[in-house]
Design a protein around this ligand. Structure first.
Ligand SMILES: Nc1ncnc2c1ncn2[C@@H]1O[C@H](COP(=O)(O)OP(=O)(O)OP(=O)(O)O)[C@@H](O)[C@H]1O
Ligand SMILES: [Mg+2]
Length: 84
């Protein structure tokens, strides 16, 4: 089945002052059409951050992200906004 989204070591970190917050640890995952995927984990483990990455709302801080065959890392913000 076709791959909708693919993450290879994709993670997200936020820097506020001298504090670094790991929102999503490097994650490797493939989502295919017709599949059902459950995203489970305790509060603060990065579920919403993962969905925001897949939804192209935020860029990964590390790793690679493809959505619908497009390499999200290398897309400019305007192109990303128009790609939905
Ligand atoms: N924009 C942001 N700036 C700083 N820290 C953030 C930001 N977004 C998320 N975080 C932090 O990253 C971690 C993961 O957050 P996230 O919202 O992805 O968790 P979650 O698994 O969806 O939690 P919940 O089950 O409570 O919804 C948390 O520690 C959160 O405080
Ligand atoms: Mg959440």
């Amino acid at each position: 089945m076709s791959v909708i989204a693919s993450l290879k070591g994709a993670g997200k970190e936020y820097q506020t002052g001298d504090q670094r917050i790991v929102a999503l640890q490097p994650t490797t995952l493939e989502l295919r059409s017709g599949e059902m995927t459950l995203i489970i984990g305790p509060s603060g483990s990065g579920k919403t951050t993962l969905l925001s990455l897949i939804g192209c709302v935020i860029y990964p801080s590390q790793g690679e992200l493809w959505v619908d065959g497009q390499h999200i890392n290398s897309m400019k913000e305007k192109a990303l906004a128009g790609s939905a």
